[in-house]
Design a protein around this ligand. Structure first.
Ligand code: PMV
Length: 328
């Protein structure tokens, strides 16, 4: 099978020029959970996310004497795991050609929010590399390439609501994201920090373990695909009363597949449950807000602008993001 990078990049890259790019982080409302091909990083189900406006990663790539990685202003050693991840991806682009680069990455995601940045990191890197080698590739193609960095990176190539289609081709060329083109000015996300330390187990490992051992996992892919379709329709019609409950149910179903893995995999902490109970109690009292959680303990709350004051009171430590505040 032709390598995905060979298939879309010229055999010989031109000399690099300085380039920079920004990509937002994203939160999945319909989760990606499980791979059908680990080597090509192909998902078993489609997913749908919303991007986090100016929370993301800025990357600058410059021609250099030798490969150098700079993260948040600090030069990293060659054996640093972050540096290794960056240059493993860069090397997929270069495919053995001697084109040394300096890659400077700056995250604008507050560390205190405890959000992973690999999605925005690989998306910004692929955008910067595309410009650095003057490739003028369509964004969908860059999204397909970003998939090799991390699955969720496919969705960080755009702001707003984005859907990653699972695709059907064995070579994965049709497995990339696309924007949904729905501007929903009122849409809000609150990030409720629970534990902002490093993850206990990467999502890559966690999903592999769940697919391999959970007796509940076989029920996930079809349900997740149906949830993704239903959430796309709800986004398009700006139907929060459908979207919110579906997003919460989808996230809890994903965590249920992990709880039932053998041995069990539990990313949620006592405090995550306390936040969920606080939210569910407020919902009984009339609040319209719903939760979603990824492969980590932090809770994200979805709601509309009319509930912003109530959510800020309920979760004083939360950071509230208006994903459509900066675009028209
Ligand atoms: O692509 P990764 O390895 O960052 O995995 C993402 C997994 C979830 O965050 C749990 C779900 C998702 O769709 O983002």
């Amino acid at each position: 099978m032709t390598d995905a990078f060979d298939a879309v990049l010229p055999p010989r890259l031109p000399a690099p020029v300085e380039a920079e790019a920004f990509a937002p982080s994203n939160i999945a409302l319909a989760k990606y959970w499980g791979k059908r091909d680990a080597g090509l990083n192909l998902p078993l189900n489609s997913s749908l996310s919303v991007s986090l406006a100016d929370w993301g990663t800025h990357t600058r790539v410059t021609p250099a004497e030798r490969d150098v990685t700079v993260f948040n202003g600090q030069v990293l050693g060659d054996v640093d795991p972050f540096s290794a991840k960056v240059f493993t991806f860069v090397e997929r682009f270069r495919r053995g050609q001697h084109l040394p680069l300096r890659v400077e990455t700056t995250n604008s995601i507050p560390t205190a929010a405890g959000l992973a940045s690999s999605a925005s990191g690989f998306a910004a890197l692929v955008l910067a590399l595309g410009d650095c080698f003057q490739l003028a590739l369509p964004r969908e193609t860059l999204s397909m390439l970003a998939r090799f960095g991390s699955g969720s990176a496919t969705r960080s190539l755009w702001q707003g609501f984005v859907r990653w289609d699972r695709g059907r081709r064995p070579d994965g060329r049709d497995s990339h994201a696309r924007p949904l083109d729905t501007h929903w000015a009122d849409f809000r996300i609150a990030v409720v920090p629970v534990d902002t330390g490093p993850k206990a187990r990467s999502s890559r490992d966690g999903m592999g373990h769940t697919v391999a051992t959970s007796p509940l996992y076989p029920g996930w892919p079809d349900r997740a695909e149906a949830d993704c379709d239903a959430m796309e329709a709800a986004v398009r019609s700006r139907d929060f009363d459908t979207l919110g409950p579906l997003a919460e149910a989808n996230a809890l179903a994903m965590h249920a597949t992990m709880f039932s893995a053998r041995p069990s995999l539990i990313y949620l902490k006592v405090r995550s449950w306390q936040m969920l109970e606080r939210l569910w109690q407020a919902r009984e009292d009339g609040l319209s807000a719903y939760a979603t959680m990824d492969a980590g303990p932090n809770v994200k709350v979805l709601f509309l602008g009319s509930e912003e004051a109530a959510v800020a009171t309920l979760f004083p430590e939360a950071r509230i993001i208006a994903p459509f505040a900066h675009s028209s």
